[in-house]
Design a protein around this ligand. Structure first.
Ligand code: MLT
Length: 199
């Protein structure tokens, strides 16, 4: 997969960035640098194209997910994370995922459906993709999620379903509520920064 890597200072966080639909590996850089200006950054570009927009898995329409593509692309992303981490000498468990929208969705799917050593994730406006086939516990995971009361893409039902899936598996989940639709707000980024700094 195409990716961007920027080495930070030894004490900086290791942030793994996954953009939303139509974004690329640069989309979340400004936010990531705001979260920690000393961070090491690894940012992937989704390999799926939808009318010229990059995504991390295919869909057949709004929220009509192609579950075959979802599994293939989850494996591809996981292998890419492992390969780049090995090449750069960074232990996988040190990464903190920062995913937005489609990037948050594939991150949540990988956390639920694959054994991933990463323990912390910031998921901006994620939703359940309706897949829940595993029962291993996620009690070592600390997740921060934002949900919006008036999100035109993520229904209350879809965000609640994801929160319930994560909690059922004993993940620690912190939820921030926003009211700016599907957009990332400064308020949630400030909350994210505080959460990250406490860890
Ligand atoms: C998805 O397709 O993952 C969600 O609908 C969010 C998005 O629009 O990217």
């Amino acid at each position: 997969m195409h990716y961007l890597f920027e080495k930070g200072t030894p004490n900086g966080k290791k942030l793994l960035l996954l953009h939303g639909t139509g974004g690329d590996e640069t989309s979340l850089l400004e936010i990531a640098r705001f979260l920690d200006e000393e961070a090491t950054l690894l940012s992937f570009r989704g390999t799926v194209q939808e009318s010229g927009m990059n995504r991390f898995f295919k869909r057949d329409g709004l929220n009509q997910f192609d579950l075959v593509s979802l599994e293939e692309e989850s494996d591809r992303l996981l292998q890419s994370i492992i390969a780049v981490s090995e090449e750069k000498g960074i232990p996988i468990e040190e990464w903190v995922i920062v995913g937005y929208s489609n990037g948050a969705n594939i991150a949540a799917h990988i956390l639920l459906e694959r054994h991933l050593a990463i323990k912390q994730a910031i998921l901006l406006h994620p939703m359940s993709l309706g897949v829940d086939t595993q029962d291993f516990l996620l009690s070592d995971k600390e997740l921060w999620l934002s949900v919006s009361e008036n999100d035109p893409i993520v229904s209350e039902e879809a965000s609640n379903q994801l929160i319930q899936q994560l909690k059922n598996r004993q993940a620690s989940v912190t939820i921030a509520t926003t009211n700016s639709g599907h957009q990332i707000t400064m308020n949630e980024i400030n909350q994210t920064k505080k959460w990250l700094n406490e860890r």
